[in-house]
Design a protein around this ligand. Structure first.
Ligand code: ATP
Ligand code: F1X
Length: 341
């Protein structure tokens, strides 16, 4: 584990204060902790025109650090938020991640386990602007590594601060792994933002655990509700079904059509004009980062909608978890069209 000057450690702090009160550095607790149990190196292959079953010549290939929680951490760091990132990395190729965390000023609290973190293939088609994802299964994470993450999370979380649990689960962990972490956090006043899908999402929603917000996309929401959903009305109704399970906020992302933001009082539709993305990979994660950045401001739902839509739009111009300058994002946030439903 790397030295982390941003994370409060009361023992270390006390001894520093005793040594020299005047010179004691002001150690700030992290503002956000993100957890990624199944990270990835994303290999984005850009093609002028993707045609299945043909020989293709790539115009570019770029490798970036990925996995949903890592992407959220990257965007939050660019926004100037202090982040601790934890989860499980394969020791054999963790150098790329260590460099990424160091460059972004993200506190690296990943548990290392033998083996290689997976590489996911992302095929970006310049003609359609669509990206095709081929995600690999990932590391076989042993129970002992998961237990180490549980401990790391408990040691890192600060009261009232957001915790992001994001992405799929390695196949060696039970579908209840996210629910387990959320249950661990009970009583810690953490605001948990969960971004996962399928069985792990259903398991967490079924468990009686304190989740603040979820951000399914349209397909993920259909899967958890168990039927096809057509149009804004049905999506909002489905989001309200999730709210009834004790959540404070449900955000349903709809790709180029924007997103719906639903809490107990309000439902908003927010969007910016559709645009051709350099890569759509991680747009949803940038949106989660924007939600979290607004939660830190204790912002009302309209600001959550504006800021997270702006984060997502800013990321679309980049490959990997990177945002543009803050003033550009605020300009985008002001331009977001927000409609009361
Ligand atoms: N082509 C686009 N033009 C404008 N905005 C877009 C476009 N694609 C995505 N967005 C923005 O990004 C948000 C998140 O996108 P999307 O719904 O595709 O997330 P996702 O499925 O969770 O993606 P991922 O899993 O790759 O992070 C959308 O709600 C929208 O605000
Ligand atoms: O297999 P998962 O965990 O569902 O998704 C993994 C992934 O597609 O999510 C990110 C984009 O959201 C990428 O960086 C990464 O490759």
């Amino acid at each position: 584990m790397s030295e982390d000057p941003q994370v409060e450690n009361s023992d270390v702090e006390t001894s520093k204060v005793e040594a020299s009160k005047a010179e004691a550095p002001k150690v700030q607790p992290p503002q956000v902790v993100t957890v990624t149990l199944n990270p990835a190196i994303d290999l984005t292959i850009t093609l002028d025109h993707f045609v299945i079953g043909t020989v293709q010549r790539a115009t570019a290939a770029v490798s970036t650090c990925g996995g949903k929680g890592i992407n959220v951490a990257g965007c939050l760091a660019d926004w100037g938020i202090r982040v601790v990132a934890t989860g499980v990395l394969g020791r054999a190729n963790d150098g790329t991640f260590a460099e990424f965390f160091a460059a972004k000023g993200i506190a690296d609290r990943f548990v290392r386990t033998p083996g290689e973190t997976r590489t996911n293939i992302k095929i970006a088609d310049r003609t359609s602007g669509e990206t095709t994802d081929v995600n690999l299964p990932g590391l076989r994470v042993p129970a002992v590594a998961f237990d180490a993450v549980r401990k790391m999370l408990m040691d890192s979380v600060a009261p009232g601060r957001p915790v992001v649990l994001a992405g799929s689960l390695p196949e060696t962990l039970p579908e209840t792994a996210w629910a387990r972490l959320a249950a661990d956090l009970r009583g810690r006043e953490a605001r948990i933002v969960l971004d996962t899908s399928g069985g792990p999402l259903a398991a967490a929603l079924k468990a009686n655990v304190p989740i603040h917000a979820v951000k399914p996309n349209h397909v993920e929401l259909e899967a958890v509700i168990g039927r096809p959903l057509t149009g804004t009305g049905e999506l909002v109704e489905a989001a309200r079904t999730l709210l009834a399970r004790g959540l404070a906020l449900v955000v349903v992302s709809r790709g180029a059509e924007g997103a719906l933001f639903v809490d107990s009082e309000t439902a908003l539709a927010a969007r910016l004009p559709a645009k051709a993305a350099l890569s759509t990979v991680g747009a949803g994660d940038a949106m989660v980062a924007g939600i979290v950045a607004a939660l830190i401001e204790d912002a009302p739902i309209e600001r959550i909608a504006r800021l997270s839509t702006a984060f997502a739009a800013s990321k679309l111009d980049r490959i990997g978890p990177y945002l543009g300058p803050a003033e550009d994002i605020e300009r985008l946030a002001a331009a977001v069209s927000v409609t009361l439903i």
